[in-house]
Design a protein around this ligand. Structure first.
Ligand code: NDP
Ligand code: BG6
Length: 656
């Protein structure tokens, strides 16, 4: 039975202020008092208050609006205002700072000190909130924001009830709760039960900040407002889907939290499964919150729950060890980070292969990977289409037909890219991979948002579309639970298994190779320019290379090339070091970042004349024979450089 029930409509009928098609951009949020529990915390100062200030800048807050912060710190309202004045200036993403907006905004800030166990503090809070409500005319609308650890959500809800907040006027009462929502399936279900003791489902707004990102929201807009892709969005045309969330940061100061979490709980179970749901769900009947959330829930329900054996074969875990950043600076390993056990078994990287058992996606694997301390920051989704038949191209110069790819660049680059074939100009029929690229920055002039703006605003107008529901949260945990169980029963023996600053563990690359696929590594021109051979090259040449180079990872001692093997690729070292070993087993050369090897066999069409072995973890871009031939034919200056270097290095025969 809900004890903080209000007079707002139930979840089956959206709030009058929440239109079925989503919010109206120009309307302000409903009048309300926003109570922030945990107002002295990191989230409040870094994300929440700056986002509220942005809403004020955009005129999206009602004139009848106030904020009351509560935390243990013994501050006055004046001290709270002064702190927030400094913090918002520091963390706002907008310049210049709008003093006029701020002066009005800061007067709306209030503070009540107190512990969440202190009934008297909640009495004081109620007096302040009712006073503001009456003074401003908020109609009894109160939005509670739990910017606290989840362990106190129940405690705060209970205290609110005891203090009689449910008897505070007529208006709506809503609560925003922060992640993590549970630690596993059982704890998430328990937390849901606890919250539902005090609140109705339609009053609870569970935040996932990825749903506040424009590029994530655009997944639905892109799919359902464009007629051209939806007919292809199924097992008949899609070969597989990849989700990548690479982070270059480590765990920073969050070691104690991360030790109890790991990347599966921290990123995959929540943010990545939300993106998966948007990308793969069926079209909802409308944009009403429950219509969308029903489809997301159905999609998560259709994800195959793995057996322990499937977890063993379809997942890879990793933990970063010491390494170096792209600038060469040393980076600590995870076990050396503050508040991390020196023998920690927590995974900082995971790659997972999922199957969706429904009509649309049967047989289309979905690969997800995420990790900390990788070589770059980048979130991308790749939809790889099935290959076109190559019958027409037999007996032409075209020796391979590649997959078309639709790539959603989510962050930091924001855009959508389509990769396809085009004919290379000239009399012969030759194909090359080319791309069309839409960049948000070219099309729109929007101020950079934090992501919390849209979430808080939507809650203020009663639109729950971007928030998670009990069944969605539990559905996502249901998928993750077998991984948590298997991983905890089989502690990793090879951690750390990737170097800080690298592309991640080799096993993640092997997992796709076993399926005859590869991760699509999104590289940009800056990365290419670091390879001396490419520095200063023609942009069209670099652009074509960006699309054909394929990533691979080797562990120390792995042979990348073996003497006597036939040559099918050449390699560019993005990271690490290798040794070149001649037929007598002598090390004849060491190669490092920016060097390349494997070109002799490609130029001469003879078997490899030496072996190449990784000395450290080595990340390479490989250029397959078919692409190599195309590049040589189309870019004579590149061909000339490779041939010259090859001759100098190995006294190789001139390529015919
Ligand atoms: P902090 O530890 O920085 O802040 C927690 C806040 O809760 C502090 O104001 C603290 O008060 C208050 N608090 C905790 N227990 C009590 C209590 N018993 N009585 C009164 N006040 C209490 O955490 P964050 O701000 O970083 O995180 C808050 C929530 O937001 C978490 O659920 C986190 O997972 C989530 N989150 C945080 C993000 C971030 O970037 N920080 C990003 C996404 C989600 P005091 O300082 O006085 O102890
Ligand atoms: C948070 C995780 O939810 O998301 C962090 O707790 C992670 O570990 C962050 O770094 C990533 O968010 P974003 O928006 O930077 O991709």
């Amino acid at each position: 039975m809900s004890t903080l029930a209000d007079d707002s409509p139930s979840s089956t009928s959206p709030s009058p202020s929440a239109p079925r098609g989503g919010p109206i951009a120009s309307a302000t949020g409903d009048p309300c008092v926003l109570v922030i529990f945990g107002a002295s915390g990191d989230l409040t100062r870094r994300l929440l208050l700056p986002a509220l200030y942005h809403l004020a800048c955009d005129g999206l807050l009602s004139g009848k609006f106030a904020i009351v912060g509560m935390a243990m710190d013994d501050w006055t309202t004046e001290a709270f205002r002064q702190r927030m004045a400094a913090q918002v200036r520091q963390f706002t993403t907008r310049t210049p700072f709008d003093e006029q907006v701020w002066n009005d905004f800061v007067d709306r800030l209030h503070y009540v000190p107190g512990k969440f166990t202190d009934a008297a503090a909640f009495e004081r809070l109620r007096t302040v909130v009712s006073g503001l409500d009456a003074k401003l005319g908020c109609g009894g609308n109160v939005l509670f924001y739990m910017a606290t650890p989840p362990s106190v959500f129940g405690m705060v809800s209970n205290a609110l009830h005891s203090a009689g907040f449910d008897r505070l006027g007529e208006g709506w009462k809503r609560v925003i709760v922060e992640k993590p929502f549970g630690h596993d399936l059982a704890s998430a279900a328990a937390l849901n039960r606890e919250m539902l003791k005090f609140w109705r489902e339609d009053q609870i707004y569970r935040i996932d900040h990825y749903l506040g990102k424009e590029t994530v929201q655009n997944l639905m807009a892109f799919r359902f407002s464009n007629g051209m892709f939806e007919p292809l969005w199924n097992r008949n045309y899609v070969d597989h889907i990849q989700f990548t969330v690479d982070e270059s940061v480590g765990v920073e100061a969050r070691g104690s939290y991360y030790e109890t979490s790991g990347v599966l709980r921290d990123m995959i179970q929540n943010h990545m499964f939300q993106m998966l749901a948007y990308l793969c769900m069926e079209p909802p009947v409308s944009f009403a919150a429950d219509a969308v959330r029903n489809e997301k829930a159905k999609l998560l329900d259709a994800v195959r729950i793995m057996t322990p054996e499937q977890v063993r074969t379809n997942t890879v875990r990793g933990q970063y060890g010491p390494g170096r950043g792209t600038d060469g600076a040393p980076l600590a390993g995870y076990r050396q980070e503050p508040n991390v056990s020196p023998t920690s078994g927590t995974e900082t990287f995971a790659a997972i292969k999922l199957n969706i058992d429904n009509w649309r996606w049967d047989g289309v694997p979905v690969y997800l990977r995420s990790g900390k301390r990788l070589w770059k920051r980048g979130t991308e989704i790749v939809v790889q289409f099935k290959r076109a038949p190559d019958v027409l191209f037999r007996n032409t110069e075209v020796d391979s037909i590649e997959h078309n790819r639709l790539i959603f660049h989510m962050q930091p680059d924001q855009g959508i890219e389509l990769r396809f074939h085009a004919k290379v100009p000239g009399p012969a029929l030759r194909l090359q991979n080319v791309n069309m690229h839409f960049a948000y920055g070219d099309a729109f002039k929007a101020s950079r948002a934090i992501g919390y703006e849209v979430l808080v605003y939507n809650c203020m107008i009663g639109d729950a579309t971007l928030f998670s529901r009990t069944d969605l949260v539990e559905g996502a945990w249901r998928i993750a639970q077998p991984l948590l169980d298997y991983w905890s029963s089989t502690p990793p023996t090879d951690f750390p298994n990737y170097e800080a600053g690298s592309w991640g563990p080799k096993a993640a690359f092997d997992m796709l190779e076993d399926d005859k696929r590869r991760w699509v590594e999104i590289i940009n021109r800056d990365v290419m320019e670091r390879v001396p051979l490419f520095a200063g090259s023609d942009p069209s040449f670099l652009n074509s290379l960006l699309m054909i180079l394929e990533p691979d990872v080797f562990e120390p001692g792995d042979f990348i090339v073996r003497e006597g093997d036939s040559a099918d690729a050449m390699f560019f070292i993005a990271r690490g070091a290798v040794e070149v070993i001649d037929a007598s087993g002598e090390r004849v050369k060491e190669l490092g970042v920016g060097d390349f090897f494997g070109e002799i066999g490609m130029l001469s069409s003879k078997p490899r004349n030496a072996s190449v072995r990784a000395i450290t973890q080595t990340d390479v871009f490989l250029l397959k024979r078919t692409d190599f031939n195309k590049v040589l034919a189309q870019h004579p200056s590149f061909a000339e450089s490779v041939e010259r270097i090859a001759r100098e290095r190995y006294r190789a025969p001139e390529a015919s």
